[in-house]
Design a protein. Structure first.
Length: 420
């Protein structure tokens, strides 16, 4: 079985990492994966986990990319058209040179590929589309409301929302062999609502041999963290991004007693130490080594995920797989992973008081979090093995290919509808 993964990024970002892990799992199922990507940032971001796929950059040469980016500052529409035209031609040429059984679409909205660019590819090619966020079926990746009542649209697809939805429906209606999937129930529900099509829920898989519990005392000793207080972990990649809700976490931490609580942060924020209220926050900077991440997850008593919108956050999966419960906002796919009193605790989105109260209670009784270690690991072993996710997708590929063979044998090769 030969499958082509199509996405904007190869190894950078949560969706790309999830696709990388799926490709690794599929290798164990005998599936050969080739990945096509169109964002040059991936060329400078090699995978830190095992690579089991072939990769091809199908984007503009560096000089053209610089020119298009410069043009975007003065005439965004013209730059978009130029980038889309080049990228669509390069994609058609590359796919024509490959032997493939299935096209598996992942995340496209950060580059010049979109429903238009792939709409004129042979409609008989079986297509699987995994919705890593909402963009594949809606005009934005996420839409949510801030505490002040402001509506936020992330990566908007232009002012014509109805036109954007119609374009997506036309694309999916034009495919002869199609299967839609999403890692979280809420994403699948929204996809079905927008498109009027079934969207199967297939959770991400986790390499459980890498993300596994480490003895907490040993982990804290390695990180030079005292053992006499609650350690709160969080991701600090985008502190100014309203989607991630760091302002909610900051406000909650500022209410806590620094003699009982300490925090540790992962992400692209500068490494160092700061105080939030009286709570000492130690930032480790960007860490992508999974074995070191497992030590950090295991050292923490809880990881906090205060997002305002979310699909199936990898930080939740990885933390729980390492035996560390998650305190997460009750939005998107977070409730798929966080079960109160089993794998963590949920709090209402943006409710600073509720988050602060939960963390304060845990600071007074850290054993309440540590008692969940076994339940967390059991949940990961039951629901998120990488092999399980890969087997489900491999079965979908086989089913779609069999249907394609049936159609061809009946002499009805299908058509290639244009996408307006």
């Amino acid at each position: 079985m030969r499958v082509v993964f199509l996405s904007d990024l190869e190894c950078l970002g949560g969706a790309a990492l999830a696709a990388s892990r799926l490709a690794r799992g599929l290798a164990g199922q005998g599936v050969e994966v080739t990945r096509l990507f169109n964002n040059s940032d991936s060329l400078r971001t090699p995978s830190v986990e095992p690579v089991t796929w072939k990769a091809h950059y199908v984007g503009p040469p560096r000089a053209l990319e610089i020119g298009i980016n410069a043009l975007r500052r003065v005439h965004a529409k013209t730059a978009r058209l130029a980038g889309s035209e080049y990228s669509a031609r390069a994609l058609r040429k590359t796919l024509a040179s490959l032997e493939l059984d299935v096209l598996h679409v992942h995340s496209l909205h950060n580059c010049y590929w979109d429903h238009d660019a792939i709409g004129d590819l042979d409609a008989r090619i079986p297509v699987v589309w995994t919705f890593h966020d909402y963009w594949g079926f809606s005009p934005e990746s996420y839409r949510f409301r801030m505490p002040d009542g402001t509506d936020v649209r992330v990566k908007p697809d232009g002012p014509n929302r109805e036109g954007a939805i119609a374009k997506r429906r036309r694309y999916f209606d034009s495919r002869a062999r199609l299967h839609l999937a999403a890692p979280a129930r809420e994403t699948a529900r929204l996809g079905t609502s927008y498109l009027g099509r079934d969207v199967e829920v297939i959770p991400y898989g986790v390499p459980l041999e890498l993300f596994a519990p480490v003895d907490k005392k040993s982990a804290r000793l390695a990180l030079r963290i005292p053992d006499d207080r609650l350690l709160v972990g969080f991701i600090a990649d985008h502190r100014d991004d309203p989607v991630k809700g760091f302002d909610t976490l900051r406000a909650a931490l500022s209410r806590l007693d620094g003699s009982r609580v300490e925090a540790i942060a992962l992400g692209r924020a500068q490494a160092g130490t700061e105080l939030i209220g009286t709570v000492r926050v130690r930032s480790l900077g960007y860490v992508n080594n999974p074995e070191f991440l497992a030590i950090v997850y295991s050292a923490a008593d809880v990881f906090v995920v205060p997002s305002r919108a979310e699909n199936l956050a990898l930080v939740c999966l990885e933390s729980i797989a390492c035996g560390t419960p998650v305190v997460g906002s009750a939005v998107g796919g977070i409730p798929d992973m966080v079960v109160d009193g089993e794998t963590g605790w949920l709090f209402p989105c943006d409710e600073v008081g509720a988050l602060a109260a939960r963390l304060d209670a845990l600071a007074k009784e850290p054993e309440a979090a540590r008692r969940l270690t076994d339940a967390c690991r059991k949940r990961a072993l039951r629901d998120w093995p990488l092999e399980r996710q890969a087997a489900r997708y491999a079965a979908i590929y086989e089913q779609l290919v069999s249907k394609r063979i049936e159609v061809q044998s009946e002499g009805r090769p299908g058509s290639v509808p244009a996408i307006a």
